[in-house]
Design a protein around this ligand. Sequence first.
Ligand code: NOJ
Length: 482
Amino acid sequence: MSASSAALRFPKDFHWGYATASAQVEGSIDQDGRAPSIWDTFSRLPNKTLDGTDTTVTTDTYVQWRGDIELMKSYGVNSHRLSLSWSRIIPLGGKDDPVNQAGIDWYREYLKALVDAGIVSHLTLFHWDLPQALEDRYKGFLSRDIVADFERYARVCFESFGDLVRDWFTINEPNVFSMMGYLFGSHAPGRTSNREKSAEGDSQREPFLVGHNLLLCHASAVKSYREEFKQKQGGQIGLVVNMLWGEPLDDSAENLTAADEFMAQSSGWFIEPVVFGDYPPSSRKIFEGHLPKFSAEDSALVKGSCDFLGINHYSTFYIKRRTTPAEPGVPWTILHPAVELGIHDKHGNEIGPVGGVNFVRIVPWGFGKLLDWTWKKYQLPIYITENGAVCPNENDIPFPDVLDDHFRIEYLTKYADQVAMAIQRGVPVKSHLMWALTDNFEWQEGHTARFGVTYIDYEDDCKRYPKKSAAVMKEYYRSRIE
Ligand code: NOJ
């Protein structure tokens, strides 16, 4: 931490803490009436996760949640981000399917205990764990039937938890869900044109169709919140988008427009519709024929459907215009046919130290630029809903050495500094929720990518051990919040 870091300040009402998501932590997937989700199914198929782990136990939070609230208290946080498992609340998912009171009771107890602990909940409705029954019924998000089902699920949640929650997040990272689940096929439901991976799927078309239906789900839930709940519950609601920062490799016109295009395709894909009512003009051109069109009515529904923007941010890349034709069939280039991502600047220097997963490098200045750019372009208050890192080789470092997570400490403190500096420049950043409270089930990486500020001993009933970063961030925020 630099000397200037100590002088940085956050406003009194700033929210900070750690995030989790239902499928990644809860486990107990057949307890108290919960039905399977697409991640239960997918993670059990052979070779879908790196270490063969699945969603059955994860961090056992369904059982150990009280201890986690005690942990959070000891970490000094004032906020926590968590998500609801749709198939715990409406096991079969659909608008006419029965509600599972036991699921609602469990979440109410958890949320109430957070209120009692003085910890504000940031609640996500959908963090990728679709009820399997809806995948079976009509292929999930490929069908527009999902919209009415999601809207009813959201309404059940507003009714059931609205007295305990003020900050609602509809959908987590629709861009990553569409891309990983329907283009690469490496996340549930695992669809892709690559027939070695999946018998079904169309990587050119399905991600865009799914994205469109996700936007309609989000907007319908927001409409019902605003019409039926907002006034009496006094909360707010928005979407969470994964945002990388794409730094132009140099200031040539071609690389500047390439970086703009990268931002449009990677996150503008979802943000522009909710702010302006349509997809980015450059995407319309590039994905002509694949990108669904908004009817006038749908555009009006989607436009303006966020009270704030939730941002999950992990890292920055250099962007340049692609000069050689994209190789056919390479999944990434379907989404980015005309740009290239790099990790070296024009002099060949690496952009920043790499962590234990290749999409995380320490590039704090990129985060600062992203915050300024996002505010200028979209003019919405910003909630940082995720931000975090895995230390190099973290999963191979023996216990207890693994608790000394200096790479994460450097990452988190430098990124938090960027938040404070952005606030000073007038960017309305309201929260810094870090990923994650504990190590957890990291999707296709299984348990191998440890993002937590708390170590989980998976061999010993998921026992929790605070890493050093938890104490450092406690002191960081204690000394800087007004
Ligand atoms: C974003 C996702 O929302 C979360 O589920 C995931 O674990 C983190 N990124 C880290 O990859």
